[in-house]
Design a protein around this ligand. Structure first.
Ligand code: PLP
Length: 412
């Protein structure tokens, strides 16, 4: 008999978004005529930019000709894209990242979930509460969670984020080795400004911890004081790994492409006190377990960095930004308290008094035909909130907001 990895048995319930989908489907079965609008799962709705489609079409044609056909590509990504990233995402902001520090992948979920593999299985992990569930679950699977007691894993350090502190975490009391930070944040939509990030980089240096900086929503930043990359902070290359995604930036949720930056300066320690390069470990990991993102997709991603591509994706991002504004204004008009939506596609909404997150989820589904994501699914501090997303068409967003306002009037 083969033994299972029992760490998997410590995982709690169904994956949040799967649970949301399951409940919504059950409702649709009972109410087949219900007209439901999803402001729940964070998937995009707008099509790819024409420049991206054109580049991918050209790449497909190349694949169909003997002279230009390509088989396996480099596991780290094609140099044309790594150079475009170094130039377009970093040099343009005064940050010097070498293409050899960039690893192209099929998205940030895999990267944020897999990066923990190059760390010791005894490493202490710190996450914010509420949190994007992938950070926690991937560490639980690897055995860093311990038992689930009183709403949390005993070996994970939770950094509660309360409304009084703008949903920003304080420095942890017990020093962890890995710290997950997400800015702009999923689910709260809040951001870490230059001062906040400087404090985190300083802390990581002092304690020898490594920051996993998830910047999947970087493209939504509108305020000047909010860094787009943690490497805009001096010294961050010694202590941080950054994750980026084209999913929300350029509608790549179904295309699949993202990247992470593992700086050469970042060193990890062996038990015998030797220092090893995190970049080399990740390179070895990727070469063993990953065969690269497709050539066609990487040509599509490269097109985002052209002048035309950049303009086109900004036009799409403006649609989502405007939707976020419409939602934020609408829920405020309905008398609810909400934050986010300014530097983020997410609006973090306080549920009406006396309701839990899941009760409000059921209320919105039943009375307004709206799907949201219950905040409690992101951690105990998410109880009392739901997350709404701006990833819908302007028409459906407006309809959803009107329906929400009407439904909320009824409970007043
Ligand atoms: N990181 C955060 C914070 C996310 O919210 C998401 C997707 O929802 C991801 C990473 C995953 O992105 P990708 O589609 O690139 O895998």
């Amino acid at each position: 008999m083969a033994f299972c990895n029992e760490h998997f048995l410590e995982l709690q319930g169904a994956y949040l978004f799967a649970e949301v989908r399951k409940r919504a489907e059950a409702y649709k079965k009972q109410h087949p005529d219900a007209d439901i609008i999803s402001l729940g799962i964070g998937d995009v709705t707008q099509p790819l930019a024409p420049a991206v489609v054109e580049a991918m079409t050209k790449a497909v044609a190349e694949m169909g000709r003997m002279e230009t056909f390509r088989g396996y590509g480099p596991e780290q990504g094609y140099m044309f894209l790594r150079k475009a990233i170094a130039e377009g995402d970093f040099k343009s902001r005064g940050v010097d990242i070498d293409p050899s520090e960039i690893f192209v992948s099929d998205g940030a979920k895999c990267d944020t979930g897999n990066m923990q593999e190059i760390f010791s299985d005894t490493a202490i992990v710190a996450v914010t509460d509420p949190v994007y569930p992938v950070y926690v679950d991937s560490n639980v699977m690897a055995g860093r969670g311990g038992k689930f007691v009183n709403g949390g894993y005993e070996r994970i350090v939770y950094m509660p984020c309360y409304e009084e502190c703008d949903f920003k975490a304080s420095l942890p009391v017990h020093d962890p080795q890995i710290i997950y930070l997400c800015s702009p944040n999923n689910p709260t939509g809040t951001v870490l400004n230059r001062k906040d990030l400087t404090q985190w980089v300083r802390y990581a240096k002092q304690t020898g911890s490594v920051i996993f900086f998830d910047a999947a929503y970087e493209a939504f930043i509108t305020e000047d004081d909010v860094p787009h990359s943690i490497y805009e902070i001096e010294g961050a290359k010694d202590v941080a790994i950054e994750f980026r995604s084209y999913s929300k930036t350029a509608g790549f949720t179904g295309v699949r492409c993202g990247y992470c930056v593992v700086p050469h300066a970042l060193k990890l320690e062996t038990k015998s006190g030797e220092m090893v390069s995190a970049n080399e470990l990740w390179d070895r990991r990727q070469c063993t377990k990953f065969n690269g993102c497709s050539y066609i997709v990487q040509r599509g991603a490269e097109a985002i960095y052209t002048e035309e591509g950049r303009k086109q994706i900004q036009a799409t991002l403006d649609i989502y930004r405007n939707n976020a504004r419409v939602i934020l204004e609408g829920v405020k008009e309905a008398g609810l308290h909400a934050i986010g939506g300014t530097n983020s596609p997410y609006i973090w909404l306080s549920v009406p008094e006396g309701m839990t997150s899941w009760q409000f989820f059921d209320f919105l589904l039943d009375k307004a035909g709206i799907i949201c994501t219950p905040g409690s699914g992101f951690g105990p501090c998410g109880e009392g909130y739901v997350r709404l997303t701006s990833f819908n068409t302007p028409e459906l967003t407006r309809t959803a907001v009107e329906r929400m306002k009407k439904a909320l009037k009824e409970i007043k």
